[in-house]
Ligand binder design. Structure first.
Ligand code: MIC
Ligand code: SF4
Length: 785
């Protein structure tokens, strides 16, 4: 039975002014400061040293501070922390698997307040209204599933059109000193409000939702000391683009970035959120900032005065900033006055070029000096401040008689931003110069852009998004996506050329006169307050679970499939993995986008069998250098030895032959997408050995019962090839509860040569139990019996 769900979304969008405010349940959105401060006192009695802000927030959320931190041992980078997050947020693409896993745990409510946000499945094609209508229809059964599960378990359900998860979290749930989990790698965006918000896979979210302690290896803390001030064209986006260039996509792994110093206090709260958002691009666990008066202002402006008041009190007790003398594992100094606008890319977010050198860089590379589209907005940069700064440029250009030279698309981050932009004539100003305003959703950022031009052609787009991996936005692997601030993207869209530097160059008008932009100016917060827009998109706060409600999954659905528990490879009592066939050696950058592509595949996020057809389809095979090519050395006669990667994976599954992958550096970089772990496991992968792993992905693999091992000697990577057999030596010792166990791999290569290679691992005592059980969920289930 399908309830008439989610129809309100297609409603007109013209009532932006006199609308009621967003309903709130303050206790559910205010961190329990008195308890946290009391916990912190316990922590202090054990640690007896000045603490960083990140440590305060993290350790005050420990289940048992004394036990976790005791014995005076080193914590950061070593201890495993058992944490109690206060809240969970999930987006529609990842929520499907998370809920399917939560449902199999058999509980009737979530242990912490939880929200679902419908944002990833909305297309970007003809403009907001038409796109939203069409996307609701084409994803109806998924939205019905999510909404019905939300109703059953008491989850706040943000309808399609309400906005992008991270913007909504910042506007509604984030609060200084809070610890929350989100099933999306850009969850750290909420750090803009001085909290720790951590991106995880669905199975980790299920820990928090079932009240199981959530485990995190205590990160190291990097301090970034900000002095000076930003001016002119330079924004907080440029700060993080610059830092990404310095740290690279691996520099933040296993670390929290904590900003401090006078430069923090001069930034708007949403500007800080942009910085925190893109901490994901350097692999950081999360990023945070001390409580500032701009955060207080933002809480008031978004209708959360009581939260601000509680935060003020907590700040007065020293909870919301670092102690004097707190030590960081590394300190990076940045003088904001020295920064200049920066453009990063293509194909990786850490290739940073200062704007003044960008034209020369484009020339050196031999690329056409042409920009083919400009896109602004997304969860990274769609604040009121961003939009009013951009509108200032549009106003200047309009007065000079200019319109954008290339398609110019704008995705507002939330319904509240959209409605406020509309009320304050920001939208009309952008439209006047040619902008198309898309639905409040991820849209082009996640490959939902139905782009009709430049198919298969090399071309360059500029976006204010956070991520720029190949094929991500329009499915064209030759589209080079350069990341920049919304103002730089906008100004360049009026020129259409990549070498245009709006700070120094001018444009020729039809009259023959020259026009030069003045540095943009905007407003942090709307002077007449935000307007919530269409409140039918919004949920009631903390709804009561309805245990009798049915979770809607249509029979024979191609979009949703109940999950079958994975079988443990140790069920026969043998504590080493069975002999594994190496499927392939993956070369170079292999992000979660390569392992489980998005775009057209987003529709199968709730159907493991169907989505697994995309396994590693854009990965490069190191043997031969081809994309999506693998070798089946045991192919029976009459069957080709070469097939696609999912093709060979399926053949191995069909033969009940468990397998392994050999992979390169920072494997699984990018997102929290747990499909990238579920899919190989589904086809029978038990082990992945890497030069290094990205944090969230490594945990996702462990959760699904895949053993991640690190080459002790990275040159061993090239000694193993497809078709080789691998056996584990020493795993039994680990499984018997010895996290210090050393695991070696005994390789029998295709020539019959046998050799052993040493590896390292990061398995904690609890993670060993997941591996043993075949998955974390199997383990949780066995504990609940
Ligand atoms: C992304 O930006 O890559 C995504 C799509 O938001 C992902 C989540 C997903 O794949 O479900 C992320 O960042 O975690
Ligand atoms: Fe959505 Fe893009 Fe943000 Fe991911 S990075 S949440 S796809 S807007």
């Amino acid at each position: 039975m399908v309830r008439p769900a989610i129809r309100g979304a297609a409603r007109g969008r013209s009532f932006a002014t006199h609308t009621p405010s967003i309903p709130r349940n303050y206790p559910s959105i205010t961190p329990p400061y008195p308890t946290l401060i009391q916990n912190l006192n316990h922590v202090r009695s054990v640690l007896k040293r000045p603490l960083t802000l990140a440590e305060k927030i993290l350790y005050s959320h420990l289940h048992d501070p004394v036990h976790s931190l005791g014995n005076g041992r080193r914590i950061r980078g070593e201890a495993y922390l058992q944490l109690k997050p206060e809240r969970v947020a999930m987006q529609d693409a990842s929520a499907q698997m998370a809920l399917l896993q939560f449902m199999s745990a058999g509980l009737d409510r979530c242990a912490v307040p939880t929200s679902i946000h419908c944002d990833h499945l909305i297309q970007a094609s003809d403009g907001a209204e038409a796109d939203l209508k069409r996307s609701i229809i084409s994803n109806q059964e998924v939205f019905d599933f999510l909404e019905s599960a939300a109703r059953k378990f008491g989850i706040e359900f943000w309808r399609p059109g309400s906005g992008i998860i991270h913007q909504i979290v910042l506007e509604n749930y984030a609060a200084p000193g809070m610890l929350m989990l989100g099933t999306d790698s850009h969850t750290p965006n909420a750090g803009g409000l001085g909290m720790l918000a951590i991106g995880v896979g669905g199975a980790d979210a299920v820990d928090a939702m079932t009240g199981t302690p959530w485990e995190l290896k205590a990160p190291q803390i990097v301090g970034v000391h900000l002095t000076g001030s930003l001016s002119g064209w330079t924004t907080t986006k440029d700060l993080i683009l610059h830092l990404a260039g310095k740290l690279t996509v691996r520099g933040g792994t296993g670390r929290i970035i904590e900003y401090f110093g006078p430069g923090v206090h001069s930034q708007s709260c949403t500007g800080l959120a942009t910085i925190a958002n893109m901490g994901a691009e350097v692999g950081a666990t999360t990023s945070t900032f001390p409580y500032t008066s701009n955060m207080r202002g933002y809480l008031h402006a978004t209708g959360r005065g009581p939260v601000a008041q509680a935060a003020d009190e907590a700040a007065g007790k020293g909870f919301l900033s670092a102690d004097d003398g707190a030590e960081y594992d590394e300190v990076i100094e940045i003088n904001l006055s020295d920064l200049e606008p920066t453009i990063n890319g293509p194909f990786t977010p850490d290739l940073a070029t200062p704007l003044s050198k960008f034209g020369a860089f484009v020339k050196e590379q031999g690329w056409k000096d042409e920009m083919s589209a400009g896109l602004i907005g997304s969860c990274t940069n769609s604040s009121y401040e961003d939009m009013t700064r951009v509108a200032d440029l549009a106003r200047q250009a309009k007065a000079a008689g200019l319109t954008t030279k290339v398609p110019f698309l704008c995705t507002p981050g939330s319904e509240q931003i959209r409605a406020t932009m509309e009320r304050d004539n920001v939208t009309s100003t952008l439209q006047d110069v040619g902008a198309v305003v898309l639905a409040n959703a991820c849209g082009p950022c996640i490959g939902q852009w139905k782009r009709e031009d430049k198919k298969g052609e090399e071309n360059a787009i500029l976006t204010s998004f956070n991520r720029n991996f190949k094929s991500r936005n329009d499915g064209n692997r030759y589209t080079m996506n350069f990341l920049a601030s919304p103002t730089v993207v906008t100004a360049m869209a009026f020129s259409g050329s990549l070498s245009f530097n709006p700070m120094t160059d001018s444009l020729t008008l039809d009259s023959g006169n020259r026009f030069k932009f003045s540095p943009p100016s905007g407003q942090d917060l709307p002077s007449t307050g935000f307007t919530p827009g269409d409140t039918s998109f919004y949920p009631l706060p903390t709804p009561e679970p309805q245990p009798d409600a049915e979770v809607i999954i249509q029979k024979d659905s191609q979009r949703l499939e109940l999950l079958e528990p994975f079988t443990s490879p140790f069920n026969d009592g043998n504590l080493e993995l069975p002999p594994l066939k190496v499927l392939m050696r993956v070369r170079g950058k292999c992000t979660t986008d390569h392992i489980s592509a998005a775009g057209p595949w987003l529709k199968y996020k709730g159907h493991l069998t169907n989505i697994s057809e995309n396994l590693l389809i854009t990965a490069v095979n190191d043997e031969g250098g081809d994309v999506n090519v693998a070798f089946d050395h045991d192919a029976p006669s009459g069957i080709t030895e070469t097939d696609t990667i999912p093709g060979v994976a399926k053949r191995l599954k069909g033969r009940n032959q468990p397998w392994a992958l050999v992979v390169d550096e920072n494997y699984g970089e990018g997102s929290a997408r747990e499909h990238a772990a579920l899919q190989p496991r589904f086809y029978g992968c038990n082990l992945i050995v890497a030069r290094s792993f990205a944090r969230i992905h490594e945990t996702n693999l462990k959760k699904q019962g895949v053993l991640p091992l690190w080459f002790a000697d990275k040159t061993d990577y090239s000694r193993i090839g497809s078709g080789d057999m691998i056996e584990t030596v020493g795993l039994a010792n680990l499984l018997q509860g010895h996290p210090d166990a050393i695991i070696k791999l005994r390789v029998t290569n295709r020539g019959g040569e046998i050799f052993e290679i040493p590896t390292n691992h990061t398995m904690s005592i609890d993670q060993i139990k997941w591996l043993h059980a075949g998955s974390a969920l199997n383990h949780i289930r066995s504990q609940m019996k």
